[in-house]
Design a protein around this ligand. Structure first.
Ligand SMILES: NC(=O)c1ccc[n+]([C@@H]2O[C@H](COP(=O)([O-])OP(=O)(O)OC[C@H]3O[C@@H](n4cnc5c(N)ncnc54)[C@H](OP(=O)(O)O)[C@@H]3O)[C@@H](O)[C@H]2O)c1
Length: 339
């Protein structure tokens, strides 16, 4: 039975550990917190899951330690889904270390890892050459903890939002360059040049969050973000992420929509309604990725190099709330409506 060591004791690490433990197909160690780093990373598990933070620079030493310990590594950090987009030298160095150690490193989750890349590539499997892609994801983000919500851009006034975006402290969704690079490389379009736009969604009324906190009136309750991948002046991939802590209160429909088109002519549209849920969806993608990462060839790979992640035919069945887009009571507007 493969051993999985989980580093990061937040919602994601705990959720994946619970799924694998309930399934009974893996020996789970952890989830380990910051003060148990050595136990998490160096004890030679078949796979180490690193579910801590977003930036490559903040996880790369952990990845290298786990690789040096002979473990395959699965990382939820958005920037690790295509690390070459962030730091080519570091990505290549760790890739070589993984090859030498005979282990695999993969950055994955729901997004990046499925909606904006693996699923797009699957849909493109039935498409003619040269179609363009638009993906939009509208999601309830109220279930994320304060650190992740702060990084997305929730809970500040518009002036602070502008300052923090400029300072690189607010990122919106962090994985678009990675997803676009994964799709671009797999389709032969190369790593794209990207135009980015991130704007705040400000609430006029206070909104209560599921964990008891609230977003004040006049502060950001979400973001709308659009990235465009451009090749010789032509936009071939447009990705939009709308995340809000009370989407129903502002009339947003939760959905993942992939559209293939030529110019303005839609060729095909694939809709998932409601959208794949952020937290539970990511937990399941990661739990369902353990075996494909352990079985893969050595090196730092992307999801385009792997077979699809898949749920198991047998097992404990759904974990509570597996298909809900956060707690159904979440995101109530405390007075009036939010916009
Ligand atoms: N690819 C995807 O689809 C996907 C999906 C979901 C989440 N993510 C990303 O995965 C990360 C974890 O998500 P989450 O929802 O579990 O977040 P979370 O609930 O905030 O939990 C993160 C945990 O990791 C710890 N941590 C943070 N930075 C660390 C570091 N540098 N070293 C060691 N431990 C650290 C935190 O400890 P403290 O409380 O002490 O800071 C916390 O226990 C986030 O960055 C999130 O953006 C990616």
């Amino acid at each position: 039975m493969a051993t999985v060591s989980v580093y990061g004791a937040g919602q994601l690490g705990r959720g994946v550990a619970d799924i694998l433990t309930a399934r009974g197909t893996h020996t789970v160690r952890g989830p380990f917190g910051r003060d148990e780093r050595a136990a998490a990373l160096t004890e030679g598990a078949d796979l180490v899951l690193i579910a801590t933070t977003t930036r490559l620079r903040d996880v790369v030493d952990d990845v290298r330690l786990a690789v040096a310990g002979g473990s395959n590594v699965l990382v939820s950090a958005e920037e690790s889904a295509h690390p070459w987009s962030v730091d080519e030298e570091v990505a290549e160095r760790v890739h070589r270390e993984a090859v030498a150690a005979g282990v695999t490193v993969v950055g994955a989750g729901l997004n990046p890892g499925l909606v904006f890349d693996a699923l797009v590539l699957t849909v493109l499997g039935a498409a003619p050459d040269g179609v363009d892609v638009t993906v939009s994801r509208t999601v309830d983000i109220s279930g994320f903890g304060p650190t992740v919500l702060g990084r997305i851009g929730v809970g500040v006034d518009p002036e602070e939002f502008t300052r923090a975006v400029g300072a690189g402290e607010i990122l919106g969704h962090a994985g678009f360059p990675q997803s676009m690079a994964v799709v671009g490389r797999a389709t032969g379009r190369g790593v794209p040049s990207i135009e980015a736009d991130l704007r705040p969604l400000v609430t006029e009324r206070a909104i209560a969050l599921p964990d008891g906190r609230s977003v004040a009136a006049g502060h950001t309750a979400g973001v709308e973000q659009t990235y465009r991948a451009v090749e010789r002046g032509h936009t071939w991939y447009t990705a939009t992420f709308v995340g809000h802590v009370a989407p129903a209160s502002v009339g947003l429909e939760l959905a993942d929509v992939i559209t293939l088109h030529r110019g303005d002519d839609a060729v095909q549209e694939l809709r998932a309604t409601p959208c794949f849920p952020s937290q539970a969806g990511s937990q399941h993608v990661l739990a369902n990725s353990v075996d494909r990462v352990v079985a893969a060839v050595p090196g730092w790979l992307t999801v385009a190099d792997l077979p699809p992640a898949s749920a198991q035919g047998r097992g404990p069945g759904p974990t509570p709330g597996w298909n809900t887009n956060p707690p159904r009571s979440a995101g109530s507007v405390t007075s009036g409506t939010a916009r």
